[in-house]
Design a protein around this ligand. Structure first.
Ligand code: B1M
Length: 214
């Protein structure tokens, strides 16, 4: 079996140690880190997502698969972030209030680091005030929010409302993303950018910061 498929299958079984070893082996064999990420780790997680949706598996199985995914990501991270070097700006990144999903957010953190950003990773279940307080504290350029639930994506708007209340809206580039989020939702809540994936988020953040500085 091809190593990339093995990574996906061990991830689905929640075998973190095997995933970790196979990701390392794939890197040692010279495989592209992005291919390992997309075709091995994320492919495996998509299959888990489908089974979860169809009630074929439940939260514990999803959690062990997520742990295996994170084990693989830890090995990949240095390779994914070594792409960029020049610091281009600072970003505060977090998953919005009420939402505990952090895998996509962690990818956004990695890709932004790779694009040369200094990052403050706020974790999950982040209150609107906390995003803004931290952005002010570290003199951030960008606020990045992730949401995976239709019930929590609406909390992204609270951050924008709070920015407006504090007369800070124009100070920050606000970016949103996550499975249920799309461009029209981003426009509706007044975010600056929606991007469908972490790599695009990093590209767009870099471009936006450079444009704002001109
Ligand atoms: Co949750 N969950 N979950 N879950 N879970 C989903 C999201 C769900 C779609 C599953 C399903 O039913 N098919 C569903 C949401 C339904 C909905 O809202 N319409 C769901 C549900 C219902 C729930 C619970 C309510 C289940 C329960 O308790 N009964 C519960 C909620 C807990 C809470 O948050 N309060 C719950 C819990 C969990 C676990 C804890 C078990 C686990 C999370 C573990 C963790 O994150 N550490 C989990 C998981 C793993 C999933 C699925 C299976 C996978 C999510 C994931 O990590 N995908 C998910 C099904 C699915 O999405 N197919 C599901 C991989 C990740 C890389 O993708 O985060 O989308 P994603 O990130 C992408 C892009 O979206 C983008 O970049 C990444 C790609 O590069 N992106 C951004 C993300 N953020 C971005 C920000 C940006 C730009 C791009 O700019 C700032």
């Amino acid at each position: 079996m091809a190593i990339i498929q093995e990574i996906s299958e061990y991830l689905q079984k929640g075998r973190a140690k095997n995933v970790k070893a196979l990701v390392q082996q794939a890197l040692d064999e010279g495989m592209d880190p992005k291919q390992i990420l997309n075709e091995g780790l994320l492919d495996g997680m998509m299959i888990i997502g489908g089974k979860f949706k169809r009630n074929e598996i439940f939260v514990p199985e999803v959690l062990v698969a997520a742990r295996a995914l994170n084990a693989g990501l830890n090995i990949l991270e240095p390779k994914l972030v070594e792409v960029g070097n020049e610091p281009v700006g600072r970003a505060v990144v977090g998953t919005v209030r009420g939402d505990l999903h952090d895998i996509g957010k962690n990818l956004v953190v990695m890709m932004l680091k790779g694009a040369g950003f200094e990052i403050c990773d706020m974790g999950v279940d982040v209150a609107p005030e906390a995003f803004i307080d931290k952005a002010e504290e570290i003199h951030a350029d960008v606020i990045c929010m992730s949401a995976l639930l239709t019930t929590t994506m609406t909390n992204m708007e609270d951050v924008i409302t709070e920015l407006k209340n504090r007369n800070l809206r124009d100070k920050y580039i606000v970016m949103v993303g996550g499975a249920p989020v799309n461009d029209s939702f981003a426009q509706q809540i007044g975010a600056d950018y929606y991007t469908p994936d972490a790599a695009t988020a990093a590209e767009v953040a870099k471009k936006a910061v450079l444009e704002k500085a001109e």
